[in-house]
Design a protein around this ligand. Structure first.
Ligand code: G3P
Ligand code: CA
Length: 290
């Protein structure tokens, strides 16, 4: 049998085994030997990042995985935005000129809901809003997509791990079907990832960064994925990560970011990564196909 076919059948069997085993409900991100293309902040090369329009664009392109960034407002609402300030991706300076430095944590959800999060990207997106996490997961669900949720700047938002898990649970995202292959929670903070794992051990988790190989056993206790910047990757590092078993009894996975060109996508695919996070996920998907 062709190598890819063997890998695909093995993955399919492992997927079935994961669904059947109560101890290890999580499934793999990749499709056989081919890495998944993951829409970074939605399909953010084509629509304003972290908006519902960027989720829609990813769906339109047929992209199954969507990445986002979660933070918290002054009055405790979880919202989807990358920077800790609203300045770059909204018209906050215009609407609230005397509120510099325009930190997300200093604005209420109602104030943020007034902002235009689309015009900076292009006139076609004027009026797009900063979505709440609830709105975001509902949209991802509507498209039958999968969510790579990043908890951003957790040190600014005490308790954000428990709150995020509560929201996911309320929205039906912690049922067996979602845990088995539609949700990963990641962060640059190891403490945050460990907390998520301890609060809900069934949730698949990822650590953003490139820990040394000698430290990988520590991460493998609470993270299912090690997700490094593509510039820090080597074939040896990917193999080293894959050699460890994560908290759900499966080999650790590697998702790399942020790759927007075909040549780099093919290079990291050749290293054996499981997923490639991209602002142009359609370009990545084409590059790694075949
Ligand atoms: O998911 C990986 C990537 O999003 C991490 O970097 O800064 O874009 O959140 P950043
Ligand atoms: Ca992110």
């Amino acid at each position: 049998m062709h190598t890819r076919a063997v890998a695909a059948s093995t993955t399919a069997l492992l997927g079935v085994a994961a669904l059947l085993s109560p101890a290890s409900p999580v499934g793999a991100v990749g499709y056989g030997a081919r890495p998944s293309a993951i829409a970074h902040r939605g399909a953010s090369a084509y629509a304003p990042e972290n908006t519902l329009a960027a989720v829609d664009k990813a769906a339109e392109l047929g992209i199954r995985w969507v990445e986002n960034d979660v933070q918290r407002t002054r009055d405790g609402e979880l919202v989807v935005l990358h920077d800790d300030s609203l300045r770059r991706t909204t018209n906050v300076e215009e609407v609230f000129p005397d509120r510099a430095p325009w930190k997300v944590k200093d604005f209420t959800a109602a104030e943020i809901a007034r902002l235009d999060a689309g015009s900076w990207f292009g006139p076609a997106y004027a009026g797009a809003r900063v979505p709440t996490l609830k709105q975001f997961v509902k949209r991802v669900e509507r498209h039958h997509q999968k969510l790579l949720l990043e908890i951003k700047n957790p040190q600014l938002y005490p308790g954000i791990e428990r709150q995020t898990l509560k929201l996911l649970s309320n929205e039906g995202w912690l049922d067996r079907r979602h845990l088995a292959g539609r949700l990963v929670v990641q962060s640059f903070s190891a403490d945050c990832v460990r907390t998520v794992h301890e609060l809900k051990p069934g949730v698949k988790t990822g650590f953003l960064g490139t820990p040394s190989v000698t430290d990988l056993p520590v991460y493998a206790a609470f993270a299912d994925q090690i997700n490094p910047s593509h510039g820090s990757l080597s074939p040896g590092y990917v193999s080293a990560v894959h050699a460890f078993t994560g908290p759900h009894g499966r080999a650790l996975e590697v998702l790399t970011w942020t790759v927007d060109d075909a040549a780099t996508a093919q290079r990291v695919a050749g290293y054996g990564v499981d997923g490639i996070i991209s602002n142009k996920p359609d370009v990545v998907r084409e590059a790694v196909r075949g």
